[in-house]
Design a protein around this ligand. Structure first.
Ligand SMILES: Cc1ncc(COP(=O)(O)O)c(C=O)c1O
Length: 478
């Protein structure tokens, strides 16, 4: 009786159109019936011949379904035929209700991601159309040609030796970073590099100072590693640390963007650089120098060298990324560690995560050694400078009296408005006009008191179109 009703139902389901073979569907329907408790432990199944006749299937197709379920332990074949195995009640396994949800940490991350777009004014995105695809794909092809099968295993933890050497050479000349290949570590993007610092240099519950406003991805990463974030205000000279704070609330890590504070664009003054190093050394803290967009310098003269190069073996971890000079999807970044820490860090890194991307890393080493990266830089630097100038001019025309911050390096400017400005509503109105602008207030830990305005990336905005695009920002204001 029981099986009669079930067979009728199975018959109906098998008649429904679908790409899955009927024997496979019979197998799944029987399995579901067992899991849902409709075929209870010990229930006898009719002979395969009977099922085949009722379902108008070949007997060997039914046998296939039965045998598969016997092999998986749902059914048992004995002398009398086939019966359902003695299994714990499985009905509660089905359905999504009652399943645990995200952790508190996971839930806190929901709604934080920003839409990744290449529309004009998307902050931090380089012009991907001007990337030298052909030269890059030649390096990739060459790397694939040279790689041996065993090198497709997990990659060496600190990165491919050729890329470590190329990065050390590049950083010494470019940013005044003191680095040998052994002290430079390649990671899968700045976010992973930051996470490595958070996990290998600090313990859950340790305090980390972050710039306020600052980079939300860094905050989420540090928080995700269990660190306790404390925002430190930023002014025109960069992060503004009160000397007493080193004693009263000493941090384990301090995350800073000295070359071009993100997002406000201040450059950390020499006085504060020296005070930061001295304070960190005395407090036993590490400074993480995030040099995320120094590749494109637009100021007069030479860019200020990296904080890391200021003194030998200072308490500084230098972090750089290939996201701007190459492209964000490449996910390659580097950390430079003091000589005293590098071997231990390398060992801990190997114990924390397995590395990959050996082919991309080799290709990038080749891209750098061949001079293609520098050529790309030489081509892009004047393009971005012209875009920044066009953006400044258009902002001055449409927003007289507003303050425009940053721009000594990188790919974005900040248009700062009054404290009463509803920059989120403005950014939403802008988004309906095929332009994207980030509200400045989203970069603060306390959005209600953080500065208001727009963060405007000029990496993907054509200089000739910028005046019309800025006019759209002005139109969207209400
Ligand atoms: C402050 C800061 N750090 C780092 C990065 C780059 O990170 P990634 O290497 O993960 O692309 C960005 C990207 O815009 C950034 O704004």
């Amino acid at each position: 009786m029981l099986f009669d009703a079930l067979l009728d139902e199975i018959n109906g389901r098998l008649a429904e159109p679908g790409d899955v073979p009927r024997q496979e569907r019979l197998y799944r329907l029987l399995k579901d019936a067992v899991l849902a408790g409709r075929l209870g432990p010990g229930a006898r199944l009719p002979a395969t011949r009977t099922v085949a006749a009722r379902c108008q299937m070949a007997r060997n197709c039914v046998a296939y379904a039965f045998e598969a379920l016997v092999a998986e332990g749902f059914l048992v074949a004995d002398r009398q035929g086939t019966r359902v195995a003695e299994l714990p009640r499985a009905a509660a396994l089905a359905g999504g209700e009652g399943l645990p949800g995200l952790s508190r940490r996971g839930a806190g991350l929901r709604g934080r991601s920003v839409q990744h777009t290449v529309l004009p004014f998307a902050p931090g995105v380089p012009d991907l159309n001007l990337f030298p695809w052909q030269a890059w794909s030649r390096c990739l092809q060459r790397a694939w040609g040279e790689v041996r099968a065993r090198e497709l295993n997990y990659a060496p933890p600190g990165g491919e030796p050729a890329l470590r050497a190329a990065v050390a050479h590049f950083l010494a000349g470019w940013r005044g970073v003191r680095c040998t290949p052994d002290e430079g570590f390649i990671l899968a993007g700045a976010q992973q590099a930051l996470e490595a610092c958070a996990r290998l240099l600090a313990d859950p519950g340790d305090r980390v100072w972050v710039e306020e406003p600052g980079y939300p991805v860094a905050r989420a990463t540090l928080q995700g590693a269990g660190l306790v974030l404390e925002g430190v205000p930023v002014d025109g000279d960069g992060i503004c640390i009160q000397p007493a704070d080193w004693h009263t609330r000493p941090p384990r890590l301090v995350c800073v963007t000295p070359a071009h504070q993100f997002p406000l664009g201040s450059v950390l003054s020499l006085e504060r650089r020296l005070a930061l190093m001295a304070g960190a050394r005395a407090a036993g803290a590490w400074v993480i120098e995030d040099d995320y967009d120094c590749d494109f310098y637009h100021g007069a003269g030479r860019p200020l060298p990296a904080l890391q190069g200021l003194v030998a073996d200072g308490p500084v971890i230098y972090l750089g990324t290939f996201s701007k000079l190459m492209y964000p999807g490449l996910r390659l970044a580097y950390l430079v560690l003091p000589r005293s820490l590098a071997p231990d860090f390398g060992e801990a890194l190997a114990g924390w995560q397995r590395a990959g991307q050996a082919v991309e890393q080799r290709a990038l080493a080749q891209f750098m050694e061949s001079g293609a990266l520098l050529r790309h830089h030489r081509q892009m630097a004047p393009v971005y400078r012209a875009r920044q100038e066009a953006l400044r001019a258009a902002l001055a025309a449409h927003f007289p009296g507003w303050s425009v911050r940053g721009g000594v390096a990188g790919l974005h400017l900040v248009l700062e408005g009054a404290a009463s400005l509803d920059d989120r509503a403005w950014a939403q109105a802008i988004a309906t006009r095929s332009v994207v602008a980030r509200p400045l207030s989203v970069y603060g830990m306390e959005p209600l008191v953080s500065p208001r305005g727009l963060v405007l990336g000029y990496g993907v905005a054509d200089a000739r179109q910028i005046p019309a695009l800025v006019a759209r920002l002005a139109e969207a204001r209400f």
